[in-house]
Design a protein around this ligand. Structure first.
Ligand code: SF4
Length: 478
């Protein structure tokens, strides 16, 4: 069942991968590196050092696609200096524009679609062996197997030694009118539970402290299984029971229509499932939600998050919003501002609507229907971000004086303060000092931090008690 070329080559080769876009893309990149490892490919941090360069593209917004082509321009120069380097273009842009890529960028050697990652090792080997052939391509429109069904022993090369992403469902069946995902990643395919459990156990053996189960609609996990009796809640319970060494378990991104009571109960009752849920709302106005084909009303969304808050005290809820959707009036946008206050989001990803030509909303824009000017979009985006930032600060203020459990990720990025950084169970970044024993390396530890000051996007604090070892999932009280 494994499609890998297993024979290790005598010579070590170097691969550089540039990843654009979401966590799913980043996890795909880790997967690609894992697939190439048996062929002797070792990751490097600079394209100039590499024998093989992969650009893993994103198409969610037009600027992400522009970014991909602009990076390809850089690779064109590299190819002229190093003609033997092989260039791979992967990801969503490939899936949608494969016919154009070789015309626009003939120096690209290999195109690999989001549903063909399993074919990468073979194509790379062919490209290195058949110098007379210019282009290699594997881009399918629809597959009926999960990427993981092609392998029995794939080991992703991960960026973090502490937090691991584990993809559990690929694709999406929703077809929101603005979104390219169902076209680029195909229909929903859930990965077999045992394959997920095996990967999580491997991560536990390596000392990982946090697992995030990933999917475009992660809470729809299992709905494509024939008997539909096993879903995300069962998976969370099984991981919780069978892999207790992992102290923190998260999942994202949830769709409001799939966030069932039993999933919420897992967040409420399983101590190693974190009190954090990311549920995109996208708009606060019913007509816009309908035109987006989201399948819920504003009130239904509020009812859902009220239920979550009732069951999970202290839960953090984050969302996604799009402003300037075709035809969105100022009054409808005001409903979105109002929804942020009503729902009390801890944070939200926001974006100005960007037309993707293959989607229904993209076609409306092409026809000039309801186009919102870029200036207006930018203005709404700025007002929405302001609203979210004020709400985030208001919520974070409630943390001041509290003692929270933090998983330490490493030294703070602002090195001049010689601080540490980590995350709360609710996924908030905490920068903190360790006045008790500054010599201790706290990386990977679960420790108790007293929050001394709130900011909109981070908390500040200090160590209450530092431990060299910890008991997973237990809050360490001072
Ligand atoms: S549910 Fe999410 S991934 Fe699926 S079509 Fe809608 S926005 Fe795209």
């Amino acid at each position: 069942m494994t499609a890998l070329v297993k024979e290790p080559l005598a010579m070590e080769r170097k691969v550089y991968i540039e990843t654009l876009g979401c966590q799913m893309n980043q996890n795909d990149s880790e997967l690609m590196l894992g697939l190439l490892a048996p062929q002797g490919f070792v990751p490097v941090n600079n394209a100039k050092q590499a024998d093989l360069v992969i650009i893993n593209t994103c198409q969610i917004r037009s600027n992400a696609e522009d970014k991909a082509y602009s990076y390809l321009g850089v690779l064109n120069k590299l190819k002229r200096q190093k003609p033997n380097v092989k260039i791979v273009m992967a990801g969503c842009v490939v899936q949608q524009t494969k016919d154009e890529v070789f015309q626009r960028a003939p120096y690209v050697d290999i195109l690999i679609g989001t549903q063909n990652i399993h074919e990468l090792p073979l194509l790379v080997e062919q490209a290195f062996q058949k110098d007379d052939q210019k282009h290699f391509m594997a881009v399918d429109k629809q597959k009926n197997k999960s990427t993981y069904d092609y392998f029995d022993d794939i080991v992703p090369v991960r960026q973090s030694a502490l937090s691991g992403w584990v993809t559990i469902i690929e694709g999406c069946d929703y077809f929101c009118t603005y979104c390219v995902v169902p076209y680029t990643r195909g229909r929903q395919i859930s990965r077999a539970p045992q394959s997920i459990l095996d990967e999580v156990k491997q991560l536990a053996d390596k000392g990982y402290q946090e697992i995030t189960l990933l999917g475009q609609t992660v809470d729809a996990y299992g709905k494509d299984f024939t008997d539909r009796t096993y879903g995300l809640a069962h998976l969370l319970e099984d991981i919780h029971e069978q892999v207790p060494e992992i102290p923190r378990l998260r999942f994202m991104t949830s769709h409001p229509l799939d966030l069932s009571d039993d999933i919420i109960d897992c967040v409420a009752h399983l101590p190693r499932v974190m009190e954090y849920i990311h549920i995109p709302m996208q708009a606060g106005n019913d007509l816009i939600l309908e035109r987006m084909r989201r399948g819920y009303t504003r009130e239904q969304y509020f009812e859902l998050i009220d239920k979550i808050r009732d069951k999970v005290p202290g839960v953090a809820i984050t969302g996604d919003f799009i402003v300037g959707f075709p035809g969105e009036t100022e009054a409808q946008f005001q409903d979105t501002l109002d929804a942020v206050k009503r729902a009390r989001f801890d944070s939200a990803n926001t974006a100005a609507y960007s037309a993707r030509k293959q989607t229904p909303a993209g076609i409306w824009e092409t026809k000039g229907e309801g186009v919102i000017s870029q200036k207006e979009k930018d203005d709404r985006l700025q007002r929405l971000n302001q609203e979210i930032s004020e709400m985030a600060y208001e919520i974070n203020k409630t943390y001041e004086g509290q003692i929270v459990e933090v998983l330490v990720e490493g030294k703070s990025k602002r090195k001049q303060f010689d601080r540490w950084r980590g995350r709360t169970r609710t996924n908030k970044t905490v920068n903190f000092d360790n006045f008790i024993d500054p010599s201790l390396d706290l990386t990977g530890q679960l420790i108790s931090i007293k929050i001394t000051q709130a900011h909109a996007w981070a908390l500040q604090g200090e160590v209450c008690i530092a431990h060299k070892s910890h008991e997973p999932g237990i809050l360490l009280s001072p």
